[in-house]
Write a protein that binds this ligand. Structure first.
Ligand code: ADP
Ligand code: ZN
Ligand code: ZN
Length: 846
């Protein structure tokens, strides 16, 4: 038995800590609870040994061993170590992100019905609620509802019981005291699947839906009040089932009290079910069925599949880049490849940028794989995440679809990793550890020796150059399915527009004409206006002051208020100025806070203003808006997409959200407004981003029977980004852009790290930045160029001052060595580790 263990803790320190095991036994990879700096932390055992620490070093004892066996398989431990080394991140913080720690150690109670409770329930049912009691009738009803809910004898968690019945923990404890319920602690490592409450219309109601719910209701149930009818109608509108969580949000929008649902449950018109399946699977599979017709793969798809399948058969690390233009049918290839993996007894992982933004893809996966699917996304609670995690770990879900951190899904027999829209910057985590999900996916495949496929219509230059150099196998799908043509892209020169009309207009005449024509033909139109809010700059005409956030060096955006209210049930928010970084809000001042002049003016149109102008221009159009203000939950997105698919909306304005993989067949015209503004940003990836955006948004046009057209309003129509986008020439763009990157020594032709030095006090930050800058310039690490220190482009965020240095090198090992040496200086100089953020392979330098 070993005496000591080294534990990686979730603290910003780049080393493990030694603890004494005493009588306890722990395996490498298991979690332990240990005292650390006055608190208790859960960490991972990295090593067990008998080497006593140096004399005089006080060694504390492990308090508890949480797992008998390693929680993370070796493969993931290795991956964690790689991430820690590659991204210069503390191992404990990396590992914490790889497993559902927090939910595990929280003690939770469950309640199940007791004998006494059962008696009360049945007697109550016989006699009606005539029990003698100090409780109000309402409370009695609620207790009754709890007993009813727990009737099966299965234990329930407080959260589940609460959402079903409205009873709080105090009430449950009171019921336990009366011995109606039995209270038990939940096992620490739970097997339970993720449980969600679903409200289901009872059969007889659903069965008669053709007659119309209302008619039916009035016939059978004359006593339902308006609110209860609203609940029934809402439920019927979702096909008879809906998550209670989702339903609540919708009811809140209509001002229907939650208790109405409870009443319907009591009356036996609505049943509450615990659904073991995650992520809205029911409505997703309906969605999937609607839009995922089974296609016979076309030739290009068959060829792509053949390459991937052959790679899987041979096993071994085989990275692929699937370059398939928009509408070439990549999703069908993913599904077919995953089916092959399953058939071979393997599991398959699909990473997507954000499930909520493209519910269509998730829906198709659910339609194809049913209960084999686990979905991991950002809207899961820690508990839910933990439950999914255990389910995956046990091999119960052999298909996992998830966002960035799903790359750590503990899947046994992983045989295929797919990364959809691999160019998407949301794969990069913007907090420690700052890993890139795509690159970790490739590394995981390498450690496992399995196949990985990165898919995109606009591959990142990193992946493209890997393919060019033969490190990745390139698979191309250069045509749209069913020989549909790519849309014709035309530029509208906004300088000319101004010359001819003599005024600044948001929408060019040409775009207005073509929109009128398309709407007139019964087609749909999408317009990209990539800023949200009404105006994104508020400025004083007298003193030139721009109104900025109190916490950040960022312009405040003017929001007019109005319709972007309570989709999520939140209080209505009226007109305001808002910081899009930290969410700070303030009233719109009457005059300039600096010089008191009353001449404030509003510049730069966002999507909200776009919508308003479109309403004036096209009073007959059915306009929808898609941005962070109108789409807050996945449910919002699904509703909006459903309206687009059904044609209820025929004119959509929105931010880049509208460019994300949506497959709406009626769209024939896409307008792009002000997108090349971003070409002027001080970022070496500016061109690449604009090209991706133009190509992706263009890709939304002409996906159905009718061909599409794209009109791009631009002040620099001759810019090479616009030119290549017009020709749908990704390859040409990549070659040209690569030329600039080479000349400027930017990635992928060099490697980069952004070192941010940050803190609450500017003098302190300056002092640290100077120290590190001086050290770097004195020691001049061989082969590394250092730019800065200088104020970061976002020089203050959330009250934190930010300086940065950019380190550039030709070789990865040289860069890593320099960063490690610098971190040693950080420690030696006693600069707090949290004050120095190392961002390896940054996606932007802000
Ligand atoms: P991508 O992701 O490459 O842009 P999608 O996977 O969204 O393309 O597919 C585009 C459209 O083509 C979808 O409507 C899809 O259902 C359809 N589709 C896919 N494969 C085929 C096929 N073999 N034949 C006809 N239509 C197909
Ligand atoms: Zn002023
Ligand atoms: Zn702010």
């Amino acid at each position: 038995m070993s005496q000591y263990c080294d534990v990686a803790l979730p603290v910003p320190l780049d080393r493990a800590f030694t603890y004494e095991l005493g009588e306890l036994e722990a395996e490498v990879g298991a979690r332990v609870m240990v005292p650390f700096g006055g608190q208790r932390l859960v960490g991972i055992v990295m090593a067990v040994h008998d080497a006593a620490p140096d004399e005089g070093v006080e060694v504390k004892r492990v308090e508890r061993v949480l797992d008998e066996a390693a929680l993370l398989p070796d493969e993931l431990m290795e991956l964690g170590k790689w991430i820690a080394a590659y991204y210069c991140a503390p191992l404990g913080e990396v590992l914490r992100g790889m497993m559902p720690l927090t939910a595990e150690v929280k003690r939770q109670w469950t309640y199940r019905i007791g004998e006494q409770g059962r008696r009360v329930l049945y007697e109550g049912a016989a006699k009606g609620s005539s029990r003698r009691s100090k409780l109000t009738p309402e409370e009695q009803n609620r207790e009754y509802a709890v007993l009813n809910y727990l009737e099966s004898g299965e234990p329930g968690k407080v959260s589940a019981i609460r959402s079903a019945t409205g009873a709080n923990k105090a009430m449950l404890d009171a019921m336990a005291k009366k011995k109606w319920l039995v209270r038990e602690p939940l096992q620490e490592v739970r097997d339970a699947r993720r449980v969600e409450m679903v409200a289901v219309l009872e059969e007889q109601v659903v069965g008669n839906r053709e007659q119309g719910v209302e008619e039916q209701q009035t016939k059978r149930l004359p006593k339902l009040n308006e609110n209860q009818l609203a609940v029934m109608a809402e439920l019927a509108g979702c096909g008879g089932r809906e998550l209670v969580r989702e339903l609540r949000i919708r009811l809140a929008v209509h001002g229907v009290p939650e208790s109405s649902l409870g009443t319907l449950v009591k009356r036996g018109l609505v049943r509450l079910e615990e659904s073991a399946q995650a992520f809205h699977v029911t409505s997703l599979s309906q969605h999937g069925k609607k839009f995922a017709h089974e296609h016979t793969l076309n030739e290009a798809q068959i060829e792509a599949l053949a390459v991937i399948a052959a790679a899987m058969e041979k096993s071994g690390f085989r990275p692929h880049l699937l370059y398939g233009i928009t509408g070439s049918g990549k999703t069908a290839v993913y599904i077919a490849a995953m089916q092959r993996a399953l058939a071979a007894g393997k599991s398959a992982l699909l990473l997507v940028p954000e499930i909520g933004l493209t519910p269509g893809t998730a829906a198709q996966m659910v339609a194809a794989f049913g209960s084999e699917v686990a979905l991991l996304h950002s809207q899961l609670t820690p508990d839910e995440r933990a439950e999914q995690w255990h389910r995956i770990r046990k091999g119960e879900a052999r298909v996992v679809i998830g966002t960035r951190s799903a790359v750590f899904a503990p899947m046994p027999e992983l045989g295929l990793i797919l990364v959809d829209e691999e160019h998407d910057s949301s794969y990069k985590q913007e907090e420690t550890p700052r890993y890139h999900g795509r690159d970790v996916a490739v590394m995981r495949a390498k450690l496992l020796g399995c196949t990985v496929v990165l898919g995109s219509a606009t591959p990142s230059l990193e992946s493209w150059s890997n393919a060019e150099r033969g490190r990745y196998v390139r698979i191309e799908m250069t045509e749209r399915v069913a020989s549909r043509p790519l849309p014709k892209v035309e530029m509208i020169d906004m300088r000319e527009e101004f010359r001819e009309t003599g005024k600044e207009q948001l929408f060019a005449r040409r775009l207005i004409e073509e929109t009128t024509a398309a709407l007139g033909r019964g087609e749909q139109v999408i317009i990209l206006l990539n800023r949200r809010g009404y105006s994104f700059v508020v400025m004083c005409r007298s003193c030139g002051e721009k109104l900025e956030c109190e916490n950040c060096a960022i312009s405040l955006t003017y929001h007019k208020g109005g319709e972007e209210q309570s989709l999520n049930g939140e209080a209505r928010v009226g007109q305001r100025l808002e910081c899009h970084y930290c969410g700070f809000r303030r009233n719109v001042p009457k005059d300039c806070p600096k010089c008191q002049s009353e001449h404030l003016y509003y510049l730069g149109a966002g999507s909200q203003q776009g919508e308003e102008i479109l309403q004036e221009l096209f009073p007959g159009a059915r306009i929808g808006r898609m941005d962070r203000d109108t789409v807050r939950t996945r449910g919002d997105m699904e509703r909006l997409l459903a309206k687009l698919h059904s044609g209820e909306i025929n004119l959509l304005v929105g931010t880049q959200m509208i460019a994300k993989g949506h497959d709406i067949h009626g769209v024939t015209l896409v307008g792009v407004v002000g997108a090349d503004f971003a070409l002027g940003l001080p970022d070496f990836r500016a061109s690449e981003r604009v090209f991706q955006l133009l190509t992706q948004v263009s890709g939304r046009a002409g996906r159905g029977e009718l061909p599409g057209k794209v009109l791009v309003q631009s002040y620099q129509p001759d810019h090479y980004v616009n030119q290549f986008a017009r020709e749908h020439d990704y390859t040409g763009f990549a070659a040209k852009e690569m030329y600039f990157r080479r000349a400027m020594k930017y990635p992928p032709l060099s490697v980069l790290a952004n070192v941010i030095i940050q803190g609450e006090r500017l003098e302190e930050v300056l002092g640290w930045a100077t120290k590190l800058g001086r050290w770097l310039s004195q020691h001049k690490p061989e082969g590394v160029r250092v730019l800065g220190p200088a104020p970061a482009p976002n020089s203050k965020l959330k009250r934190i001052y930010r300086y940065h240095m950019v380190l550039k090198a030709d070789r990865r090992d040289v860069l890593s060595a320099a960063l490690r040496a610098m971190l040693n200086v950080v420690e030696a100089e006693q600069i707090p580790r949290r004050a120095v953020v190392v961002d390896v392979d940054p996606v932007h330098l802000m």
